[in-house]
Design a protein around this ligand. Sequence first.
Ligand code: ZN
Length: 195
Amino acid sequence: MKIHSITVGPVQTNVYLVGDEKTKEAVIIDPADSPEDIMKMIAESGFTVTKILLTHGHFDHIAALGEIAEKTGAEIYISEKDVELLRDENKNASMLFFGIDIHFDMPVKTVKNGDTITVGKLEFTVQETPGHTKGSVCYFAEKAIFTGDTIFATGYGRTDLYGGEYAALRVSLMELAPKLKGKHIYPGHGDAARF
Ligand SMILES: [Zn+2]
């Protein structure tokens, strides 16, 4: 498994390219912003992106979704519970933060607890971690966990935006905690961390 990343956009969101070195197939996790930089990362990596995995539907994780999906032809995966954020510029907070309308109408595939998404020989397993948003998920692949805004190197995500709920996040963090040992987390913002 090979991981590339860049940090883009007004709130410095991490975009990950995670690929299977044998088949050269890869996913993009959270095409946050700056589509030209993401396309450059893909080109330089030598991987072919066939899937886009979203950790949740907030504007700062999806702003480049339209262009990246169109240019790569990749399928899009998101929790069913966050599809409404993709579709609605108020629910994904793009209006609130920047007064700009970011929303998408393209078809997506939805994921739920325990689903596995296969890319080449790589498998990404889904764990639902509601709290930051209703449809926040973490993707587990080998020793890596892509956590979006559920958990960071030194903290956890805010719960004051649409669909956020602190009590739910607490439960999600309790469920995640025992699974972190020996893993590397790759969050939506800030540095990766080793547990
Ligand atoms: Zn978020």
